[in-house]
Ligand binder design. Structure first.
Ligand SMILES: *Cc1c(COP(=O)(O)O)cnc(C)c1O
Length: 386
């Protein structure tokens, strides 16, 4: 067993378990132990493990056409683009494989637009604490503490300001600025919500100054917050939005979505071998068709309220801190307890949760999690807190 695991590069601090099976909110390791999964692939398995709609889409599309090269159109690719245009209110879609790739595409598109329409402007204002991915450009765009010194030299062209500080953005805009890029909720930073009025003001400011607004909704999109996109709570539409994680419901799928006015890529500017792959796109269509239904989104919001209420009651009971977030992207701030230790204790109690910060636990269950499963999670969490 150890020989096989030893060949995997040490890029993540994984517990010594091997997961073999999943169903809904549950995951099993190869020793037969069962875990209640409130990580769900990092907010990826929107409909839980191995949901029927995803299996059906894989089987139907897998039997028809798995891959035909991005040199040709295919039906699921077109259908996915139409669905994402409809649900985002934007126009043009570039399907890809990961959130980082979608953001990389957004950065390239903004730079291209700047070279065409803003006198060569290329600088993008991003936020302290932000997370946009692990390619060189998306790491440079990210404001994650400790990343500044990594993998020098950095890709230039990013300027960072504090989140939710409009004056800081105003002060950072120069003739070189082409865009502002941010997450409506900073997930990796510990579920830090950008207030709606700030997002509205930022939308107005970027319009007024003739620069683009790019929203990274890789974590907040696809129903996670109880709306199809996180920015829809604020009633705004960005110029560019990136999607990933929950879009594929567990398969690698992401998308760059842009308004017509910004979609200035020319042939050869952007591409990739697996982009628009019909098998992945067909799964994305099945996920989006399910999640975009108003009843489904209402259920997510209701599940989110239920989970937040249960966490608040637990926090009050045990003297912990605030519960932050929206829909089913929630965090609990711990007081006097190390979140990493709680995550380890939770593993023993058959519960998977995440610790984005030393004092914060994050909850990202399946969007269709049941109230019984939330109750079970809270019981296991209480046991894990000791
Ligand atoms: C996860 C995440 C990314 C990166 O997505 P990958 O698929 O891991 O490349 C980018 N932005 C946000 C907000 C994320 O949560």
């Amino acid at each position: 067993m150890t020989e096989t695991l030893d060949r995997i590069m040490k890029t993540a601090d994984r517990p010594p378990l091997v997961m073999v099976r999943g169903a809904g909110s549950w995951l099993w390791d190869r020793d037969g132990k069962r875990y209640l999964d409130f990580v769900q692939g990092w907010a990826v398995n929107s409909l839980g493990h191995s949901p029927r709609v995803v299996l059906d889409a894989l089987q139907a599309q897998g039997g028809r056409l798995i891959n035909c090269s991005p040199a040709y159109y295919n039906e699921p690719m077109a259908e996915l683009a139409a669905l994402l245009a409809e649900t985002s209110g934007l126009d043009q879609v570039f399907p890809c494989n990961s959130g980082a790739e979608a953001n990389e595409g957004a950065i390239k598109l903004a730079r291209k637009w700047g070279s065409r329409h803003r006198d060569g402007a290329f600088e993008i204002i991003t936020m302290h604490g932000s997370f946009h991915g692990r390619t060189l450009a998306t790491m440079a765009a990210s404001g994650k503490p400790g990343w500044d010194a990594l993998f020098e030299p950095k890709v230039p062209g990013f300027r960072k300001v504090p989140l939710s500080d409009l004056d800081a953005v105003t002060g950072a805009i120069s003739p070189r600025t082409v865009a502002v890029m941010l997450e409506p909720i900073q997930g990796e930073a510990g579920v830090v919500v950008a207030p709606d009025d700030y997002l509205c003001a930022l939308r107005a400011l970027t319009r007024e100054r003739g620069i683009l607004m790019i929203l990274d909704e890789v974590q907040t999109g696809i129903g996670r917050t109880g709306r199809f996109l996180g920015c829809q709570h604020a009633g705004i539409a960005p110029d560019i939005v990136t999607l990933g994680k929950g879009l594929g419901g567990g398969v690698p799928l992401a998308a760059l979505v842009a308004a017509d006015s910004v979609s200035c890529f020319e042939y050869g500017d952007q591409g990739g071998t697996f982009n628009g792959n019909p098998l992945m796109a067909a799964v994305g269509c099945a996920v989006v068709e399910t999640v975009k239904q108003p009843e489904f989104l209402q259920m997510v919001a209701a599940n989110g309220t239920y989970l937040a209420d249960r966490l608040r009651a637990l926090a009050a009971d045990r003297g912990h801190g605030e519960v932050r977030g929206r829909g089913l992207l929630l965090a609990l701030e711990l007081k006097g307890q190390d979140s990493k230790k709680v995550v380890t204790a939770a593993l023993d109690h058959g519960l998977l949760i995440n610790a984005p910060r030393p004092d914060t636990l994050r909850f990202m269950p399946a969007l269709n999690v049941s109230t019984d499963e939330v109750d079970e999670m809270v019981a296991r969490l209480e046991a894990s807190l000791g």
